[in-house]
Design a protein around this ligand. Structure first.
Ligand SMILES: C[S@@+](CC[C@H](N)C(=O)[O-])C[C@H]1O[C@@H](n2cnc3c(N)ncnc32)[C@H](O)[C@@H]1O
Length: 434
């Protein structure tokens, strides 16, 4: 490795392979440090060729999943904390070598070149970067023993209080492992579709699979949707011809499921821009629904509603496998506002539902405040409700809570690659009303 890390290589003017993607990853990481989500920052890499853009995102995702372990290796090797741009380069190279198994030679050379590219201070720091990363490259044993990245206290405390320390650790391990690519079939999946058919009806492929080259993409035979997210509509069990409102619909994975089942769907979302994505997804899949842009709290149906799906706005803490920046850019503030909105949406959903109709409440959250506690409060406010036990193929009885809800967590299905965190409960409005 010694020769490969020769400082003079950075002066040759030749960019190490993968440099563009690495620069793209560093841009994304800098934006996250400023409080942006990866989706918000994606436009920064618009000029990159699609393969480099995809690799930049994969690298940034991996760094965000392993920032704490990377720092645990790096910090003892430095006299003081480096400036943020240099720290990002060090973390990237560390994660490339220790988490992704990249050859030290390429990762270290690239890091030194990127450091020099920062100008005067970077030139001065490049020797330190080279020396530190040489040591990091032989730290595999230390890396293997490091615990997975901890959730922040505002999230970890309620999770550990609800399910215990072991489950909190298992969830952290699942966060670090990332997420595979899950698809929901519209009908039968194309026969040549690679991957694994899951017991719940979703289809699972390796993460990083290029979606647009898969069989059936053009024909709209399926859409991308996490296996846990797909369970809310399976629990609702839509029937052909039923009038169903999807009150917080965008980007529309659940609207597509409802429409594919033959329901008469009205998809409501407060965001016109996000609702445009529902329209695009429906068009690609050859499905239809009535789209309404507006506040669900102000919307009422002209016809009686057989069912309402309320996939409420929430902390999205169940999706950290896919959005590892969330714990970095959120601090739990705003939770009270969200739970207040959720309870108002629940009350409105029950109000517009016909007697005998069913409400499925779902959140992609790990916080009991947005799931178990929220529903306990709703049941106390509305005595005329019955809980419908979740019935759908592939449900493990261990996923059903004493309350009769489906509680899905990232640590479930570890041998299959996990699933997002979701809370799902189906209620029936009795004819006596609520
Ligand atoms: C969890 S996402 C929904 C995901 C969607 N059900 C799916 O499966 O693709 C929550 C959505 O609620 C929308 N939203 C937030 N507040 C709303 C409100 N008061 N009325 C209607 N939609 C709202 C947001 O714009 C966002 O698209």
């Amino acid at each position: 490795m010694g020769q490969a890390l020769n400082k003079s290589q950075g002066r040759s003017g030749r960019k190490p392979a993968g440099d563009t993607a690495r620069m793209g990853a560093l841009r994304l990481l800098a934006a996250v440090d400023e409080g942006a989500t990866l989706d918000e920052a994606a436009a920064l890499n618009e000029r990159l060729a699609p393969p480099d853009r995809a690799r930049a995102r994969r690298l940034a995702l991996e760094v965000l999943r392993c920032t704490q372990p990377a720092d645990a290796v790096l910090m003892p090797l430095m006299a003081r904390r480096p400036r943020p741009d240099i720290l990002r380069i060090l973390r990237l190279a560390t994660v490339e070598m220790l988490a992704l198994g990249e050859a030290p030679h390429g990762a270290v050379n690239a890091a030194v070149a990127l450091t020099r590219g920062l100008g005067g201070k970077g030139q001065a720091a490049s020797g330190m970067v080279n020396a530190v990363l040489r040591k990091v490259s032989s730290a595999q044993n230390i890396w293997a023993d490091l615990p997975a990245q901890r959730m922040p206290d505002w999230l970890r405390k309620p999770v550990a209080a609800q399910w215990g320390e072991d489950i909190a650790l298992a969830i952290e391990t699942a966060h670090e492992a990332g997420a595979p690519l899950d698809l929901t079939p519209k009908g039968a999946m194309p026969e040549d579709m690679p991957g694994e058919a899951l017991p719940t009806g979703s289809y699972r492929l390796a993460s990083g699979t290029q979606v647009s080259v898969l069989p059936g993409y053009e024909a709209g035979d399926w859409w991308v949707q996490d296996a846990a997210a797909a369970m809310a509509v399976r629990v609702l069990d839509p029937q052909p011809g039923e009038a169903i409102a999807d009150l917080c619909a965008a980007p529309g994975g659940k609207t597509l499921q409802l429409a594919a089942a033959g329901a008469e769907v009205t998809a409501v979302d407060i965001s016109q821009a996000r609702l445009a994505r529902v329209a695009e997804n429906l068009a690609r899949c050859g499905l239809s629904a009535t789209l309404v842009a507006g506040d669900a709290l102000d919307w009422r149906s002209d016809a009686p509603l057989d069912a309402v799906l309320l996939d409420a706005p929430c902390s999205a803490t169940g999706t950290i496998r896919r959005h590892p920046e969330l714990p970095r850019i959120r601090d739990g503030a705003g939770l009270a506002e969200l739970t207040e909105l959720q309870s108002r949406l629940i009350d409105h959903a029950l109000d517009i539902l016909k007697p005998g109709g069913r409400l499925v409440y779902a959140t992609c959250s790990l916080l009991p405040a947005e799931g178990e506690d929220q529903m306990a409060a709703a049941l106390a406010r509305h005595p005329g409700l019955t809980v419908e036990p979740p019935q759908a193929p592939g449900i493990d009885p261990a996923w059903i809570t004493p309350q009769g809800a489906l509680r899905l967590r990232p640590d479930l299905w570890p041998e299959r690659g996990g699933m997002d965190g979701f809370f799902i409960l189906c209620l029936r409005k009795t004819t006596e009303g609520t």
